[in-house]
Each structure stands twice: as C-alpha cells, then as structure tokens.
Write a new protein. Structure first.
Length: 176
C-alpha cells in the first residue's frame, strides 16, 4: 500500500485520493451525516444503482447519471452519461461558493472531464484558485482518484494541499 506524507500546508486544502470504488464517497457521506459542521459543495453517491449529486448546503438530490445518451442533456464519460443540466447548476453554484457561510466545502470529484477542461470546468478551477488566494478558516476537501492525482495537482496548482489516503481521511475527519 502507498503511504502519503502530509506536508505542512499553506492553506486548508485536503485531497482525498484513493482508487475508484474504494469508499471515498461513502466516507464523505458518513462525515457529512455525522458532523455538526456546516457543509457546502457536493457529493456524488450511487443511490439505487444510479449516480446522484447531492448539494450539501440544501440536501438537494439531483440526477447525475442518465440511463441513455440524450444528446441535448448528456455528457458521455466512458460507458456513463452524465446530466449536462446538473453540471450547469453546479457550475453556477461554484461561481457563488466563495460567499458560503459553511466552514467545510467538499468537491466530489475532480475527474477526467475536469482534466480535459469539461465537466465542472472552468468554474471548479477558478474556485480552487480563489480559495487558495483567500485567507480563511474554511476547509476544502477535493476528491481525486489515485490515477489522476499527479496530473491534477499540476494542472490545478495543488502542490500545497495535504494528500490523504482513505485511511488517513477517516482517521482525521471521522474518528476525531
């Protein structure tokens, strides 16, 4: 198994990085449900065998994975079709997110689409850069699968972020 060294951070950004289907979103859901902290951002769990997107400030559940390629409202990624309207809604939210009163923001996840400048881009990248520039007591947790980690750190200038394996995330946020 891989061990990550947690560096001294210049900001409050954590990257939760582990392989796909290893329990990252499940751990985030548990953290969100059990914590008294005010959250904002989004989590993308599988509910009833379909990917959903939950807005953490309102608990609103949006359809994220579509059953088929509806050309006007689908973005294809591998064998999946994701909702363009859900992406658009989150992108609008990302433009206002710096104003959130929440102390903890979760982005689940920064993936292949964002690496290609699609999906939640460019709003997600803009939000990360603004977050880095603001000195605040807010915490940002970004989910990035292990296979994209190095490229995502470079692309989004996340060298100062603390990288947490699933075990370290659970230890820091769920067991404290």
């Amino acid at each position: 198994s891989t061990y990550f060294i947690v560096r001294r951070m210049s900001n409050n950004i954590f990257i939760l990085s582990a392989p796909i289907r290893s329990g990252k979103t499940t751990a985030l859901m548990e953290f969100w449900e059990e914590s008294s902290t005010r959250f904002d951002g989004f989590i993308t769990p599988d509910i009833d065998e379909s990917r959903k997107l939950i807005l953490l400030d309102t608990d609103e559940e949006l359809p994220f994975e579509l059953d088929e390629a509806d050309e006007k409202n689908a973005i294809a990624i591998g064998k999946f079709f994701l909702s363009k309207s859900t992406f658009d809604l989150v992108k609008n939210k990302l433009q206002q997110l710096h104003k959130t009163p929440a102390s903890l923001i979760i982005m689940d996840e920064l993936g292949k689409l964002e690496m290609d400048g699609k999906g939640f881009e460019p709003e997600l990248g803009d939000f990360i850069q603004n977050f880095k520039g603001a000195s605040s007591n807010k915490t940002l947790i970004i989910v990035i699968r292990n296979t994209l980690l190095a490229a995502a750190i470079e692309k989004f200038k996340l060298e100062d972020a603390a990288i947490l394996s699933l075990d370290l995330f659970i230890e820091k946020f769920l067991e404290s």
